[in-house]
Design a protein around this ligand. Structure first.
Ligand code: SAM
Length: 209
């Protein structure tokens, strides 16, 4: 069942409902420039996962492209996708197989899985104050942690981007501050990946079980 949306998540939902309406089930439909970048991000996040035999929450699943990636590279997994945009969640339901897949229209994970990943949910700031957006990121990370028994991973645009390339509508996070936050708050084993050729970074948080 859909949960009530806050003003902030309602704005997020409206933004991505529009990108889907304009560009359909394509990388541009979830506001990426193209498939290469989308798959590059998936490859970084997937470094958290074993080859087979796991469950994964995908927070901000879009039309479910990460499921398609995993189907090529991994085996025997259960995929639980979440999207705050109702049309996006429906697009994922329609596009993905029924077996081993559940899709929910929510802004936080509602099932506990082995792992949780989030690709691209912290980038477009919806005109919010950077501090409010930072608080939203930290609250969402707490929810991802609570929903993951083995670990979680996410990406953000990097504050190390060239100043002349930065856009006022996007949020550029501090990789070192978020690494420190994850290490102190969630787990001893945290990896910061900032070497894959995009203006962003990925954090992998591995919990000891
Ligand atoms: C940049 S798109 C990426 C989609 C997908 N992860 C991919 O890489 O193909 C972000 C998606 O996350 C959704 N989203 C953003 N914040 C969310 C949240 N807190 N909870 C659930 N969905 C969210 C948006 O509606 C959008 O479909």
């Amino acid at each position: 069942m859909a949960e009530p949306k806050t003003d902030l998540t309602a704005d997020v939902a409206a933004y991505y409902t529009r990108t889907l309406q304009e560009h359909g089930l394509t990388p541009r439909g979830v506001d990426w420039n193209g498939e290469d970048g989308q798959r590059n991000r998936f490859a970084q996040l997937a470094r958290l996962l074993p080859e087979a035999g796991f469950s994964v929450n995908d927070l901000g699943c879009g039309y479910g492209a990460f499921h398609g990636y995993l189907a090529e590279t991994h085996r025997d997994f259960r995929y639980i996708g979440y999207d705050v945009s109702a049309p996006m969640a429906q697009a994922a339901r329609d596009a993905l197989p029924k077996d081993g897949v559940s899709i929910h229209e929510t802004a936080t994970p509602t099932e506990v899985a082995d792992f949780t990943v989030a690709s691209g949910i912290f980038n477009v700031r919806m005109g919010r104050d950077p501090q409010e957006w930072q608080d939203y990121i930290l609250t969402t990370l707490d929810a991802m942690d609570a929903a993951s028994t083995h670990g979680f991973a996410f990406n953000c645009l990097t504050g190390y981007s060239d100043a002349d390339k930065m856009r006022p509508d996007l949020h550029y996070a501090d990789p070192l501050a978020l690494f420190d936050h994850c290490k102190r708050r969630y787990a001893r084993n945290v990896a910061l990946l900032h070497d894959y050729g995009l203006w962003e970074f990925t954090l992998l948080v591995r919990k000891t079980v």
